[in-house]
Design a protein. Structure first.
Length: 171
């Protein structure tokens, strides 16, 4: 009979084999430098990117905040994979106002997107929902460039992009 106690994938480790993880509080576990199927990057340009290791088909997610005047562009890319599981979403949170004016336009959009097997960017932008003053904003996407426009002269936008693919990016 095989040994049931040990560190092999088909064995149960003893507390001593787990190191300090064996004695952590489940509600407040400390997992420094842990990797659980994705990697995380945060850059100086407010971009947050979650990527999936090569060979996995798990979803990947990226997020970026930008400011602009009347228009903001986000360039979205995703892995070009020969897979039918090429769908995802874009969530936009936008706010704008005119200098010296107390009024502002704030809203959130949710879009579904898909990607074909030949392009490295999402296509097929379909609006699912919008909240707030969405009529004051125009959202378009051409060749992976998402454009948000408003009549306001100070705009702030946060774009969250997730796709069922290996890697995604926003710039």
């Amino acid at each position: 009979m095989a040994n049931l106690i040990g560190t092999a994938p088909n064995q149960v480790p003893t507390n001593g084999s787990l190191g300090t993880m064996a004695f952590q509080d489940a509600d407040n576990a400390n997992l420094e430098n842990a990797t659980i199927g994705t990697s995380f990057t945060e850059s100086a340009d407010n971009r947050t990117v979650y990527t999936t290791p090569v060979g996995h088909t798990s979803p990947a997610r990226a997020e970026l905040m930008k400011i602009g005047s009347t228009s903001i562009d986000f360039t979205l890319t995703c892995d070009n994979q020969a897979s039918i599981w090429r769908h995802g979403y874009i969530r936009l949170t936008v706010a704008g106002g005119n200098s010296g004016d107390a009024t502002s336009d704030v809203c959130e959009f949710l879009f579904s997107v898909r990607a074909d097997m030949t392009n490295d960017y999402p296509i097929g932008l379909t609006q699912i929902s919008a909240t707030g003053e969405s009529a004051n904003w125009t959202v378009t996407m051409t060749n992976g460039v998402l454009n948000i426009a408003s009549a306001q002269n100070n705009a702030l936008a946060v774009c969250e992009f997730a796709m069922y693919t290996g890697n995604v990016s926003i710039s």
